[in-house]
Design a binder for this molecule. Sequence first.
Ligand code: PLP
Length: 425
Amino acid sequence: MKKPFITKEQAEEIIAKYPTPFHIYDEKGIRENARNLNKAFSWNKGYKEYFAVKATPNPYILKILQEEGCGVDCSSLTELMMSECCGFKGSDIMFSSNVTPKADFLKARELGAYINLDDFTHIEYLDELCGIPETICCRYNPGGHFSIENQIMDNPGEAKYGFTHDQIIEGFKILKEKGAKHFGIHAFLASNTVSNAYYPKLARILFELAVELKEKTGADIKFINLSGGVGIAYEPDKPQNDIFEIGEGVHKAFDEILVPAGLGDVAIFTELGRYMLAPYGHLITTCTHHKHTYKEYVGVDACACNLMRPAMYGAYHHITVLGKENAPCDHKYDVTGGLCENNDKFAVDRMLPEIDTGDILCIHDTGAHGFSMGYNYNGKLRSAEILLKEDGTTQLIRRAETPADYFATFDFSHILDKYSKDNND
Ligand SMILES: *Cc1c(COP(=O)(O)O)cnc(C)c1O
């Protein structure tokens, strides 16, 4: 069962001020989840979660996670800038990017972030640009398939990320020659895993690599970053990950591999995005249209621009019709947005209660990779983001875009002056 964290009455109250569509986040859920994660890894002295900013790039969300002891994982200049403004600095920031522009590396270096190199050639690139920092991390890609109990979870051999095995050994040697004193290792081998075995299996691969790197290069390994990839079950009837079992699985691998190798002081880092936020966000949208043709369509005021995952990946997102939580799901609908794109459907052949125009729909699990993947196709405007605070009040944490925002990048021309910000404010 998936239960919305707001009621119909709460939604109506918010909508009176901020019309749909909007994303809403549950502060209480975010904090509890972050605390459990920290508890699950508390056996490791240096443990730190670096929230993957790209999942939910909103400073108010970053501040909440900061208060729970998290750092940030940035992948671009603007994510670094947002993190800087939120007061993250130095070892609070992991910079994991690829095909990295110079300006991004320079900003990461300026902030003293841990830099995670995606590629062998980045050693030279970074060195020439701003020198190699004392602590440096490299991203590993073992190639081939990544499987758990003979089940293929993902295909690292086809992934663009990371150093090969031989490159990372050679890379550590070169980095040492160039003055690096402390090292990190990072890998992201499978996305949205719903399996308590993913992190422990990944940890074993990285821990064994750490032992080998120590032996072959003499590198001082300071941290191992398990990155993201711990997922959530989007379907209502599937079991969720158990973060305590995951933490214990990593602990066991740590005790079996790192401790005997004299690496018991290594810090474990994570860079979770989806796991930290996805369940604690809803996309709230209103039914505006009905259409009866070869199928039954429910048209809503949100579209794939607000949540791309169903259109892009065919991803399932559970839908609750607020106020009809207990009504029988005896109607089959396609729930669609208004883009001129037939894949703009939040649900296909979904059994739902009978939906009336004006009904408020709650699309679940949109807290990560939801708003952030949004776009402006068809001239659609980005929605507001709202925070449901622990005391039950709400706060606007990003206003909705206006047409003036959409036209703002034409500010060098006079063609759209009529709709410019200055004329609207
Ligand atoms: C996207 C990403 C993450 C977060 O992934 P989730 O699946 O949201 O946990 C972490 N690290 C890196 C480098 C990423 O690209």
